[in-house]
Design a protein around this ligand. Sequence first.
Ligand SMILES: O=C(O)CCC(=O)C(=O)O
Length: 332
Amino acid sequence: MAERLSVVFGHLHSRNGETIQSCPVSGLDIGSHFQYTVDKPSVLTQEQRKFYEDNGFLVIRGLVSEDNLDIYRKRFGEICRQDVKVPGITIMRDVAIAKSEFVPGEKAITKLQDFQNDDVLFGYCCLPEVVTYVESILGENMLAMHTMLINKPPDAGKKTSRHPMHQDLHYFPFRPAERIVCSWTAMQRVNRENGCLVVVPGSHKGQLLPHEYPQWEGGVNKMYHGIQNYDPSMPRVHLEMEPGDTVFFHPILIHGSGMNRTKDFRKSISCHYASGDCHYVDVSDTTQSVIADEVLELVKKRIGDGVQVDFADIWKFKSRPVKGEDHLNEKL
Ligand SMILES: O=C(O)CCC(=O)C(=O)O
């Protein structure tokens, strides 16, 4: 099985029913009043630390340089044109574009996912200026679990460029939630016009909620699950950002992004990190089993039905250590 998964994920580094419940989200015995960040010398000011604790996100302006953003833009073009082939990468097309006439090159691509085996894009996950913030939230052992370069297309008139309000923990079979964080960097100006991120401040203190595909007339992109019976009256904040600005956010924070009403693609690059001290959980019989089944079905199409593989195995093979020790995968 390991070999087959290696093929799928190009692992090149050592390294429905009723009574469905949410998988427990926390496993921490919290001694200090700070729950979502670690007690150690940190780049965070007291004010920033308190902001993240209270709101579940923190925007750091100008964190990633224009030179680095240029490197990632260029690499995105090379991968889309297939000048470079990256083992394990998933190249996704917007549902509206996929159904329309042939669109060549990067204009057809809405997202690159799992770029952990491309040292150029993976450079983002290892940027010291990013890692130092991640470390203040997770501690010094960290793994990159999920990587994405999102190329939100101009909306084709079907509103499919929206990303429904969701919680990232829905996708993850590891805990505790407090030791997971996403770093999301704007690769250009992002605003309400081109579909910036929208967050519900403080929602990280809630529970993991059941998700499903929203009933959108124009269709929904694959894996874009949204919160069931989402209440749109919850106060939310639009995160307008300049190139290089980076938001760090908690995996229970409710967030999504709007429609891209401009003629240009809206690019961002992101990495979800987990502490090397996290552990895997069994999500069967929880609200997460829907996404686990969907992902497993996709993987089995690629590696064959006869192979015994569970959801956690997939994450193990996608992950790549960034710093410190990996006790997460050694326990599997
Ligand atoms: O970048 C976006 O438009 C939203 C990304 C997002 O929320 C996600 O992939 O979980």
